[in-house]
Design a protein. Structure first.
Length: 255
């Protein structure tokens, strides 16, 4: 990384220089990035004023795991989403080495490899998603249909690749729901291209995250521009940034 680029990167990220170099190397290999900023509690209202008007989706999110989070310890996240839009399920391996993704999985149209980047850290993950009918998640979490009906054979195979000898899908707990509001400003409005997610837990506590997706070539410019916009509007970032998945799993296993 050239000196001007390294200087710009240090404005957007709090990582040491060696970690920045490793991140950019990984991002160039993978190509796709999701850039995430967790908002500090004191800036909730400011970020809502900036990004809270626009097209909105409301979803109910559950993660599937055991009470002692066996899947997470083996680098697996299993998430289902119900609510207003078509339901979906995701099996995600995190972290994943992009060089070791099986060829058959690479050829699957619904399998994506992406680097999640926060101001403090980065991690590569591989995810396989399946769209579901509108009421599929609600029926399964209420016990009317087996949880395994939410997943394709390919998703089960991906799950099995990391959980040999671990509980079957139907033996997992549905941890949730979390009510999630996703808002994207309209074209021409400040923050266009960014997304605000508000995760509200049963006790009323919240996690707010600003995110955007970009290519490896656009990462530095996108990160600097997003950070400058947040700073301009006095929106502080939480640090270190917790992930939505880890926050949710920890919340429901503490109850």
């Amino acid at each position: 990384m050239k000196k001007p680029e390294r200087h710009a990167a240090k404005q957007a990220w709090r990582m040491p220089g060696a970690d920045l170099d490793r991140m950019f190397t990984l991002v160039r290999e993978v190509g796709q990035v999701e850039l995430k900023f967790t908002v500090a509690d004191a800036s909730f209202e400011a970020v809502r004023e900036l990004l809270g008007l626009g097209a909105e989706r409301v979803r109910n999110v559950y993660y599937l795991d055991t009470p002692d989070l066996t899947l997470r310890r083996h680098g697996v996240l299993v998430r289902v989403r119900g609510g207003e839009r078509p339901n979906d399920s995701v099996v995600k391996l995190r972290p994943i080495n992009p060089d070791r993704v099986p060829a058959a999985m690479r050829r699957c149209d619904d399998f994506t490899v992406e680097v999640d980047v926060t101001p403090d850290s980065f991690i590569c993950s591989g995810a396989l998603k399946q769209r579901l009918s509108r009421t599929a998640v609600d029926r399964a979490v209420r016990g009317r249909t087996p949880l395994r009906t939410l997943f394709s054979d390919e998703q089960i195979a991906l799950l099995d690749s990391r959980r040999h000898g671990l509980p079957a899908v139907d033996d997992l707990d549905a941890l949730g729901p979390v009510e999630v509001h996703r808002t994207r400003p309209r074209d021409g409005e400040p923050g266009c291209g960014l997304e605000l997610q508000e995760w509200t837990y049963p006790d009323g506590s919240q996690l707010l995250e600003v995110s955007t997706r970009c290519t490896a070539a656009d990462l530095l410019q996108t990160a600097v521009r997003a950070k400058a916009l947040l700073d301009q509007h006095g929106i502080r970032q939480a640090g270190p940034c917790p992930t939505k998945a880890d926050t949710t799993l920890d919340y429901f296993t503490r109850q």
